[in-house]
Design a protein around this ligand. Sequence first.
Ligand code: HEM
Ligand code: HEM
Length: 200
Amino acid sequence: MHGPSQQPLIPLANTPTRYGIVAQTFHWVIVALVMLQFVLGIWAHALPISLERLILLARHKSIGFTIFGLVVLRLGWRLYSPPPPQPPVPHPVLRMTARLSHILLYALLLSMPVIGWLLSSASNLTVSWFGLFSLPNLVRPDRRLAHWLLFTHQSMAWLLLTLVILHISAALWHHIILRDEVLLRMLPFTRSGDRTRNPP
Ligand code: HEM
Ligand code: HEM
């Protein structure tokens, strides 16, 4: 006896109408880690050279590599279990903007750790993953290069923040104005199809 109301709330894989638990977990864990990255990065940047600053930066770097690994796994899962198709939006340009912004978000989440790693190498700082193993330096120490890479890493951080603000605004716009399922299908504890099955 399995009526629709007894189905598990969230399936493991994505379905044509919602993100499954795996994609949702990837999304929200990465969101939390990216927020932590901003706190640690800005906090460390504000401190003078000290042990505290080095510890904060070491955490920042380890979490940055973790994000990189999670995004690679997330994209692998995305290939295996494609996301639900976009619901109709008022204009094709908006649909393209949504696709482009998702591509850019993934690109930044993958390239920022690499730029950070190059930055640490150029600053002659060896990086490790939570002290468990060290990663090789990618380039020779070079002050000018380090300066340029820091500027690039910072610019990318502000671009990421801008995109995330746009991304959140778009999610809220879908939910409040368009009244579709785009936000609900990325949230745990919500049942997909509620809005279409029971229109207000
Ligand atoms: C998605 C991952 C990452 C994000 C979102 C991120 C974000 C940030 C932010 C917001 C800052 C502060 C910039 C400022 O104060 O203007 C920063 C600084 C920094 N990040 Fe990252 N970062 C990431 C990954 C990494 C990785 C993997 C490394 C190194 C292996 C790294 C190395 C650094 C360094 C060395 C600084 C400079 C601190 C300073 O000297 O001012 N970051 N990052
Ligand atoms: C660091 C912050 C965030 C990052 C980097 C991020 C990144 C992403 C990415 C890359 C996707 C595309 C998923 C796919 O492959 O299909 C996505 C989807 C989504 N995100 Fe975020 N996100 C962030 C924060 C948020 C927040 C705070 C919300 C809620 C207000 C949100 C709501 C959504 C929704 C509803 C979708 C599904 C869009 C759709 O179905 O087309 N995200 N996010």
